[in-house]
Design a protein around this ligand. Structure first.
Ligand code: SF4
Ligand code: SF4
Length: 340
């Protein structure tokens, strides 16, 4: 990533962050960070060609690609009553590297002349920038890599990863057929052709048929399987004082678990700094998508009444205390405790 931008990135890309960035940049600036690597010249050339096919003006310089949309506004001058016209444009910059930053800045209307008669200039320009961004993400190699990223990091099936990309890019222009590119990807030679690389449901970190981890792992004393039938679905929010009211019952892969625990129906509250009440969580995944540093991964919890998978804070130590996950959780079952 460009060192120049390092301190200016306000948001990381996720569906949640993407929606959130628009109010953040207000009328001036938008920045997205996409967690894919684009470093080879062939990848950069491929992106340039894809975007030219989408009808934009495309320039490049070193590791940067500039995508410009131009349009004409027509109106009537309120003073002279004559027809008037203005040529406007917005440029979106793609900064390639270990991650991809996508940036745009809306110029003041005065940059294009004395076009005071144009209404909603910033709103129109902002929308046109989003059209470019959605097209970049859907139509170019960045989309291919983002699908791969979703498949790996969120353990999504190819169809679900494609759906995610589809939902993320509603404004894309001249969309390419992604079914075809995905099919090619699935046909990529696999060492074990008889075994699908991806499953429609996320693979379990542990499953009911596995030996309970408590017997095999010194950092794990909590089992997700059991005979407990006193199901205990409860409503949010998480009790912010649970640490003074509950006891640490055990651990799962080193992560503390606060009881009571009676699997599979009662799993307690997990974590120390990044804490989630598993008995409330409905597994919509908002926290996983919001987290910029991938603290969470899915953990299968078959038989739990609220949801049969949970966001396991396996990389709790990586938390940067941005509070994004706590803020997006619909039932408010996440609580972040910042180290003092
Ligand atoms: S508070 Fe921590 S776990 Fe939550 S989104 Fe931010 S970095 Fe991730
Ligand atoms: S946002 Fe809340 S309900 Fe959704 S998966 Fe995360 S912890 Fe569970």
């Amino acid at each position: 990533m460009s060192a120049l931008l390092k301190d200016r990135v306000w948001v990381m890309l996720s569906e949640v962050a993407k929606r959130g960035v628009y109010p953040l940049h207000g009328s001036r600036l938008g920045i997205f960070r996409i967690p894919v690597e684009i470093t080879s010249k062939s990848d950069i050339s491929s992106i340039i060609n894809s975007l030219k096919s989408s009808g934009f003006k495309v320039d490049s310089y070193a590791d940067r690609i500039y995508v410009t949309d131009r349009w004409t506004e027509n109106g009537i001058d309120a003073i002279t009553q004559q027809d008037v016209e203005a040529n406007l444009e917005i440029t979106v910059e793609i900064v390639t590297g270990d991650v991809v930053d996508i940036i745009y800045q809306i110029k003041p209307l005065e940059f294009f002349g004395d076009h005071y008669w144009i209404k909603n200039y910033r709103q129109k320009t902002d929308t046109n920038a989003k059209v470019i961004i959605d097209t970049i993400i859907w139509n170019s190699k960045i989309g291919d890599k983002l699908i791969e990223h979703y498949k790996k990091s969120q353990k999504l099936s190819p169809d679900d990863a494609l759906k995610k990309l589809d939902e993320m890019t509603p404004l894309r222009k001249k969309p390419i057929s992604r079914d075809a590119s995905l099919a090619q990807d699935v046909k990529t030679p696999d060492k074990d052709a008889s075994k699908p690389e991806f499953q429609s449901s996320p693979p379990a970190v542990t499953t009911p048929t596995q030996t309970p981890p408590a017997m095999t792992d010194g950092n794990t004393s909590i089992s997700l399987v059991g005979t407990g039938n006193s199901y205990s679905k409860i409503e949010g929010p998480i009790d912010p004082d649970f640490k003074s009211k509950r006891q640490v019952t055990g651990a799962f892969q080193g992560i503390k678990v606060w009881g009571p625990v009676d699997p599979p129906g009662q799993l307690g509250i997990w974590g120390t700094e990044v804490t989630v009440d598993f008995d409330i969580c409905v597994a919509d995944g908002a926290c996983i998508e919001a987290c910029p540093v991938n603290v969470y991964e899915w953990l299968d919890t078959p038989g739990h009444p609220a949801s049969e998978k949970k966001p396991f804070m396996i990389r709790e130590k990586d938390c940067i205390f941005c509070m994004a996950c706590e803020n997006v959780c619909p039932p408010q079952c996440v609580k972040i405790f910042q180290k003092s």
